[in-house]
Design a binder for this molecule. Sequence first.
Ligand code: TYC
Length: 127
Amino acid sequence: MPANPLPMTMECLDLPLLPLTMTDRKDGNDPDASVLTKTRTKTQRPPLYKVLLLNDDYTPMEFVVHILERFFGMTHAQAFEVMLTVHKKGLAVVGVFSFEVAETKVAQVMDFARRHQHPLQCTMEKE
Ligand code: TYC
């Protein structure tokens, strides 16, 4: 399994103010023209992005294994297994991250592959 460092970014969404019922009033009086309101706050999770590794006919298997160890924190055994999945099925999800982390991983892999003159392709998509 690939390492999955989920950043714990929490955002709050303030929902519309809701009228309170008479039982919510502490004084027990009829508010007549006035209405008390309460804010409901709901936590929102940040969107997550899958990082995908694509197969090709030229990139050496050991190079792909190295990429998975180096940039995705996999052990050699995990990396070899994921590399074989990509080789056999055409692609595999190698991690799920926030937008910024996924973007960085893709850029690191693409740059490392280009510098070693391998055609390896890495992309991301919203989960
Ligand atoms: N298909 C490549 C080969 O036979 C190995 C490979 C695996 C390439 C995974 C890319 O993402 C990849 N040498």
